[in-house]
Every structure is written in C-alpha cells, then in structure tokens.
Design a protein around this ligand. Structure first.
Ligand SMILES: NC(=O)c1ccc[n+]([C@@H]2O[C@H](COP(=O)([O-])OP(=O)(O)OC[C@H]3O[C@@H](n4cnc5c(N)ncnc54)[C@H](O)[C@@H]3O)[C@@H](O)[C@H]2O)c1
Length: 451
C-alpha cells in the first residue's frame, strides 16, 4: 500500500518521465499541503475575469474564503454569489487579516496592479494565480519571476489555453518534426479594436467627474502616477490606456503565441521592430495605435535555427500564405511555417490546430499522430490546485509565463518607437541602442508604492 508521500512522488515521477519540461520544477516538501487539507483561497479583483477565475477555482476544488475588490458595486454580483466569503477593499488589509488561513490568491485586477499584489502575496508565502499579462512593465515581470523562485510558491499565469490538449498537440507535432524545422511564425489578433485605441476619448479626459462613492480610486490607481478620475479609464477600458494597460499585444500575446513559445522554446528575442499605422504623436504615452505589425527575431538554440515571429493587430491580418488552398487565415491565431508545411491554429491554446498541406496532415493525424509525450491536465485552474497539492510547479508558472509576457511587453514598447529596430539584451534586461526605450522598462511608481 502506498503512502501519501509515495503517491506524490509517483505523480512527480510520472511528470518527469513524461517530459513536462519547465513545468516539472518541484517545490520543497515544506510547501506541499497535506492531501486532506482544503486549499483556502481569495479572489482579488473579481468584477469580471477575476470572478470567472474564482468560479473555476471553486469548481476545481478550491475553498473560497475571501473576496477583495476596490469597487463593491462592480463586484456586487460576485460578492452576492459567495455570501460566506469575507469581503475586503484593500488586498493588503486582507492578506494581513486572513493571515495563515489563506493558502493562495487569484488576481484579476487590471494589468498595472498585478505586480504589487502578486508580490505582497508571495512575500507572505501564498500561491498565486495571476491573470495575463503577468505585469505591466518588464521590470515588474522580471522581479516577480525572481520572487516566485525565492518564495518557493506555486504560480500560474492566466493563459488558460496552456492547459488544453490542443496546445500539447501543436507542441508534439513540432517536436516530432511533423512540418520540419520551423523558421517563421505569423500571428494575429483582430479582437476588440475599439478598446485598444482610445483616441476618440482623448478630448473627454478633460471633463471633470466625481469619483463614485463605491470606488476606492486611489487603490485602483495603485502604483500608477496620479491622474484625476474619469470613467473612461476604469473597468475594461483601462486596457487601451498606456499607464494601465498593455494594448492588443499585451492582452492577447500570452494566448495566441503560447503554442509557438512552448513548442519552439522561444525565450527572448534579440531584436524587435514595430510598424504602426494610424499613429498619432498626440497620443504618445497615452493610448495604443489602431494597428501594428511587430517583428521579433529569436536566435537559434540547440534544437532549431533562428525564428522570425511577426505579430499583426488592428486591421492587419496575417498575409495569405502561398499554397494555402481553401483554408482560412485565422483572424486571431497563428501559422507556424516549417520546411515541409504549416501548422495553423486559433487562440487560447491553439484551438482548431491543423497541418497543411493535406498530405502532411494525413501523415501526422489519427493513427499516424505522434506519440502523446506531454501529460494532459484537467484544466488550468485545476492544474494550479493540483500543483499546490503535489508540490510541483503549474504548467504556466511565472518563469514560463513571465518570459512569455516579457516578449509581449517588448512589443508594447516597440510600438512607441515605430520603424526602429530595438536590440534587446535579455541578460542585462535592457535595450543596447535606445535609452528612451530603456526608460519604459521600469518607469517610476507613485510615491508610497514599491515592489
Ligand atoms: N484569461 C483571459 O481570458 C482573460 C480575459 C479577460 C481579462 N483577462 C485579464 O484579467 C484582468 C482583469 O481584466 P477585466 O477585463 O476583468 O478588468 P475589469 O476592469 O473589468 O475588472 C477588474 C476588477 O478588478 C477590480 N480592481 C481594480 N483594481 C483593484 C485593486 N487594486 N484591488 C482589488 N480589486 C481591484 C475592479 O474593481 C474590477 O472588479 C486583466 O489582467 C486582463 O488582461 C484575462
């Protein structure tokens, strides 16, 4: 008969043998929970996506004990859905008051407050599920990656497609050489174009508004520079404003590029160059342009040659490839180009993934499909809880999700310097040829805030 510890070891061994790659990182035994202990967690920022994450963690077996939101009206539905959870406005007060009762937190706030909240939670030894992108600036991302290692906690970025079967299929095809060496990836996002470019609201920013009684605006701003309240940048809209959001690329890259990033071990590019259409210098530093095309060059590694990744957004679709037949270029998704053929897939874990041309598809699907080498998981939130229970890392832990986010944020910076090739030194964490771009890696926090 096996003991709990044996079964934990067995599960870790299974993952090792199955070659789960980076997700195999294990934690020290002290951070593994007893099998019968419920995982008590809190949701922070639950008015929209964070509330859905809370529901999914509950459905996967997590025990919700607290909810925190700076706007009790926007979060009212979620607060009412869980009457037994303690309610808070300030995550710092919540973390202090809940103390040891809390094992983990789920963060669904806007991008500019992910880092300070995740850091405070990790310092207190809490496991963290944080929505994508991991943070708002490259400095924050790199600091969170280091902190997750230091505090030895289980982390998961909210790119839920990472836990699908389809992403595993794409990775297995690439690793098995189904389309030959991959040299180029074209990816696109054609969603929510209205929100990422807020030019139409620029003039309205001067209008004066009272802060609604139910909103703690100071906490909503968090470390961002003070700007008078306007409804145009809170709740949902923030993603199009540079001080708070990260534009189309920040919002979608972690979903759309995840399959290629994993399959090709892309890590960091050496250069990034953006071409931007409809760019208005008056919006510099405030809102994202209506469309961009961003090219990243990744160096060769031991397994493959160099890879060019081209990101298209706004009204820039992926150009129709030669020999594409009747297939539709994904509006939001990617095409991996190999020496022998292509893999075409959608967003959120490569949904609808398939190989072109037809002959190559038949050679790599059904009975001819490559062996399943990567363990399947029961869902992204489940994977995080299971990792906490068994003392391994989750699939999109901060070391992986942080590197993925870092590339997205390099793109968000490149947009500010159209038609310039920025050279990136990943070890140093800086550009070697543009000081103005370097200033965007770690812009100062508002007084009273630190990471
Ligand atoms: N994984 C996905 O598919 C997916 C989908 C949508 C959004 N997201 C991500 O989820 C995050 C939230 O996006 P959204 O669309 O739900 O935004 P939103 O503005 O609609 O909701 C954010 C919530 O956080 C609350 N909040 C803001 N600052 C807070 C703070 N300091 N402390 C506590 N609560 C705070 C707000 O009041 C609100 O309830 C973003 O990072 C976004 O990129 C992910």
């Amino acid at each position: 008969m096996s003991t709990n510890n044996d079964s934990k070891r067995d599960r870790r061994q299974f993952l090792t043998e199955a070659g789960l790659g980076a997700a195999l990182l294990t934690l020290s035994p002290s951070s593994v929970l007893a099998d019968d202990k419920p995982i008590n967690f809190a949701g922070i920022g639950v008015g929209s996506q964070g509330g859905s994450d809370v529901d999914q963690v509950v459905a996967a077996g997590g025990n919700l004990v607290a909810l925190c939101d700076v706007d009790h009206k926007y979060a009212a539905k979620k607060f009412a859905q869980y009457p037994n959870a303690k309610k808070f406005t300030d995550y710092r007060v919540m973390l202090k008051e809940m103390g040891k009762e809390l094992d983990a937190v789920v963060i669904g706030t806007p991008d500019h407050t992910h880092a300070v909240i995740a850091m405070e939670a990790m310092k207190r030894g809490k496991h963290v599920y944080c929505e994508k992108p991991l943070a708002h600036t490259i400095h924050e991302v790199r600091t969170l990656m280091a902190a997750a290692r230091k505090y030895n906690v289980v982390t998961q970025l909210g790119n839920q497609g990472h836990s699908t079967d389809s992403i595993r299929r794409v990775v297995e095809w690439v690793k098995a050489g189904a389309i030959g060496q991959v040299h180029t990836v074209h990816a696109a996002c054609g969603e929510f174009k209205d929100v990422y470019n807020q030019s139409r609201n620029l003039e309205k920013l001067a209008q004066k508004y009272d802060v609604p009684a139910e909103l703690d605006y100071d906490l909503w701003l968090g470390p961002a520079a003070y700007r008078p309240y306007t409804p145009f940048w809170v709740h949902w809209n923030w993603r199009g404003w540079m001080p708070f959001g990260t534009g189309t690329i920040g919002d979608w890259f972690c979903h759309v590029i995840d399959p290629a990033f994993w399959a090709l071990d892309l890590d960091a590019p050496t250069t990034v160059r953006a071409e931007v259409s409809g760019y208005d210098p008056a919006t510099q530093g405030l809102t994202y342009p209506p469309a961009s095309r961003i090219t990243f060059e990744f160096p060769a590694n031991k397994e493959r040659g160099p890879v060019t990744l081209v990101w298209h957004d706004g009204n820039n679709p992926i150009p129709q490839p030669k020999d594409f037949g009747d297939d539709e270029v994904p509006r939001t998704g990617a095409i991996l180009f190999g020496e022998k053929g292509m893999i075409v897939h959608g967003s959120h874990g490569g949904g609808g993934c398939h190989i072109l041309p037809e002959k190559l598809r038949l050679e790599n699907t059904g009975a001819n499909a490559p062996k399943e080498t990567i363990p399947r998981v029961k869902g992204h939130h489940w994977d995080w809880l299971e990792a906490i229970r068994t003392g391994r890392q989750a699939g999109s832990h901060f070391d992986y999700g942080g590197r993925l986010t870092q590339v997205a944020l390099l793109g968000a910076i490149a947009i500010r310097f159209p038609d310039q090739t920025l050279k990136w030194d990943v070890k140093a964490g800086r550009f070697t040829n543009n000081d103005a771009a370097n200033a965007l890696i770690n812009p100062p926090y508002r007084k009273g805030w630190k990471l």
